[in-house]
Design a protein around this ligand. Structure first.
Ligand code: PLP
Length: 367
């Protein structure tokens, strides 16, 4: 039987009042992260009886929402983060968008939400980038894309909702960390954890972030940029930052990164860096690494570099680690050579400056 979903196509209604070009270009002079939004959004709705329906690209606008909307009470919400770049030769590209589409459905399953056919996810993203292509900054900036889905049934009972909204919005962004590529200081929280086995650590859901904010605030109080979480069971093993995976560069040139055991978000940046590093002949160990080991290796000099990675910041060197009992520096607190090299290799593929040998770029035709 053919359903509405099988023949779904996007209705496109351009924004009647887009931001004037002069204002946009003025705003581009001081790009931050996640404050400047494009003119449109892509939306697809789901209900139990109709499946996916009403796909559209329209002016970015608020959603009218009932106070009993399920997401406001039980936080059934997931999201993705990806970027569109303008290459030096003028193409608009996306980096491994199919991976975001797949991970989105992994998150959806974990949260009891309907899966969105990958082609619809990708079409929504493409259509938004197409209509808002002028929002992709040139140079070092990019257009950050935020696909997300939330439960929108008005119902206070506790069960997966029967209505959802999928939406993609876009934000022109500059560097994630203010102050450029200088190494970050991170706070190792011994008070708060992020994810337990059987929990939602591997899903990209808003709830994980809600639970991490107090630790992030604790980090800020101690003058740190980010928080690194230890495992929930033993508070011993290094897991990841609030929104980034973590790597360690050893004296023998090998890399260590915590394994994907269900409590860590499987980052696409993480996966890409592992591939790049292995193809460079580096050994990458996906293994448990304890906070004690980290401290000891930093002190002995066995640890040469550490960095965090994710779509937003790409690769950020970790210069110093603070925790309740003290602090330690990694090497001399500067950005190391391996970190710099891996970052440059990844960025040059993402921005179309080097050969796309893995087929990671999706070029948007005519954009
Ligand atoms: C999104 C995210 C990452 C990074 O994933 P990328 O696909 O590399 O952007 C890492 N950790 C958490 C908790 C995340 O939400």
């Amino acid at each position: 039987m053919r359903t509405e979903q099988d023949t779904l196509s996007f209705d496109i209604t351009p924004n009647a009042n887009p931001m004037p070009e002069a204002d946009r270009l003025e705003a581009f002079k001081a790009l931050g992260f996640g404050t400047l939004f494009s003119d449109h959004m892509a939306v697809i709705r789901w209900s139990a009886d109709r499946g996916w329906h009403s796909a559209e690209v329209t002016a970015r606008a608020p959603f009218p929402m009932d106070p009993a909307s399920a997401v406001l009470h039980y936080a059934q919400e997931i999201f993705e983060g990806m970027k569109s770049y303008r290459t030096a030769d003028g193409r608009a590209v996306l980096f491994r968008p199919e991976e975001n589409a797949k991970r989105f459905n992994d998150s959806a399953r974990r949260m009891g939400m309907p899966e969105l056919p990958e082609e619809l996810f990708l079409e929504a993203v493409d259509k938004l980038v197409e209509i808002d292509a002028k929002w992709i900054p040139e140079g070092e900036g990019s257009l950050y894309l935020r696909p997300f889905m939330f439960a929108n049934e008005s119902f206070l009972g506790v069960r997966p909702a029967r209505e959802y909204i999928f939406c993609v919005i876009a934000s022109s962004v500059g560097p994630y960390f203010k102050g450029g590529a200088k190494p970050v200081t991170i706070w190792a929280s011994k008070t708060f954890t992020r994810a337990a086995h059987g929990g939602t650590g591997a899903a990209k859901c808003g709830g994980n972030y809600a639970a991490s904010l107090i630790a992030q605030a604790e980090a800020a109080q101690h003058g740190c940029d980010q928080v690194v979480f230890l495992d929930a069971a033993e508070k011993k093993w290094v897991e990841e930052l609030g929104g980034m995976n973590v790597f360690f560069v050893m004296e023998d040139g090998s890399l260590v990164t915590p394994p994907l055991t269900g409590t860590i978000l499987p980052g696409i940046t993480r996966n890409s860096l592992i591939k790049l590093a292995r193809d460079e002949g580096m050994t990458v160990h996906e293994r448990l690494y304890s906070f004690e080991e980290w401290q000891a290796d930093a002190a002995s000099g066995k640890l040469k570099e550490a960095f965090a990675c994710g779509t937003a910041a790409v690769v950020a060197a970790i210069g110093k680690v603070k925790f309740t009992e003290g602090e330690f520096e990694i090497a001399d607190g500067q950005t190391g050579l391996v970190t710099t090299k891996l970052r440059e290799q990844l960025v040059s593929i993402q921005r179309g400056r080097s050969n796309d040998r893995y087929g990671w770029l999706k070029v948007l035709d005519g954009v």
